[in-house]
Design a protein around this ligand. Structure first.
Ligand code: ZN
Ligand code: FE
Length: 257
């Protein structure tokens, strides 16, 4: 039995810790201190550090954690993260916490962004997707094109519906405000929003989510549905194919208040 813990950091990051009672891995440790505290509290040895992309809020604690614990670091070959680390790309497999994680290339938020997928964790698949997929949202396109991000999200959307999805930011409520604006007749979305508002009222994380949940409510996984196509055209009348609909929704979100 493995235990999955979101360690809050900064204002809205989660540093995901997965452990078996003795050994642990951490994903995207932007800060070492809260991870070291949790390892000490639970008397865990850190074996592996998985990194999805180069942004500081995902890598800031890597050097200190590597130095303090001797953990191995795994990250995207195509990006610059604190060296030395095992350089990964699509199709590579990482063994950590007794699991085999498949590496999936998901460019868009950054050019070399990767995700980590394991098929059987307490009976369910598990995904660490960094800043590619959020609950009810997706990462901003800092380095990639809309076509790249759409292809990356399509890969994640094709994973089994019961996949446990560990996103790195608690952006859910603000994502949901936008989602409701572009997909207003979606009853699943209204229900999920009420549920998430309740969770946040009690200071509970809205994450992890699941692939099947996101397929029902995430506008960036629903850009081929008629409701989203017509919303995209309100924003950009020339949005006439999958990529331009996705681009219009993403652009609208960037300026949504
Ligand atoms: Zn990022
Ligand atoms: Fe981030």
């Amino acid at each position: 039995m493995l235990t999955l813990i979101p360690i809050p950091a900064f204002t809205d990051n989660y540093l995901w810790l997965l452990h078996d009672g003795q050994r642990a891995l951490v994903v995207d440790p932007g800060d070492a201190a809260p991870v070291l505290r949790k390892l000490a509290e639970l008397k865990l040895k850190l074996d592996a550090i998985l990194v999805t992309h180069h942004h500081a809020d995902h890598t800031g604690g890597v050097d200190e954690l590597r130095h303090t614990t001797g953990a191995k670091v795994y990250g995207p070959a195509a990006e610059n993260i604190p060296k030395p680390y095992n350089m990964l790309g699509e199709g590579d497999v990482v063994q950590a916490a007794g699991l085999d994680f498949q590496v999936i290339d998901v460019p868009g938020h950054t050019a070399g962004h990767i995700a980590f997928y394991a098929s059987g964790v307490n009976g369910k698949p598990l995904l660490f997707c960094g800043d590619t997929l959020f609950s009810a949202g997706c990462g901003r396109l800092f380095e990639g094109t809309p076509a790249q991000m759409l292809a990356s999200l399509d890969k994640l959307a094709a994973l089994p519906g019961n996949t446990v999805v560990c996103c790195t930011h608690e952006y859910t409520l603000s994502n949901l405000r936008f989602a409701v604006a572009v997909d207003p007749a979606n009853q699943d979305l209204a229900n999920y929003q009420a549920h998430c508002i309740e969770l946040r009222k009690h200071n509970q994380p809205t994450l992890p989510t699941s692939v099947s949940q996101e397929l029902l409510i995430n506008p960036f996984l629903r850009t081929r549905h008629s409701a989203l196509i017509s919303s995209a055209r309100q924003f950009d009348a020339s949005a006439d194919d999958d990529t331009s609909v996705f681009a219009a929704i993403r652009q609208w979100k960037n300026q949504f208040k």
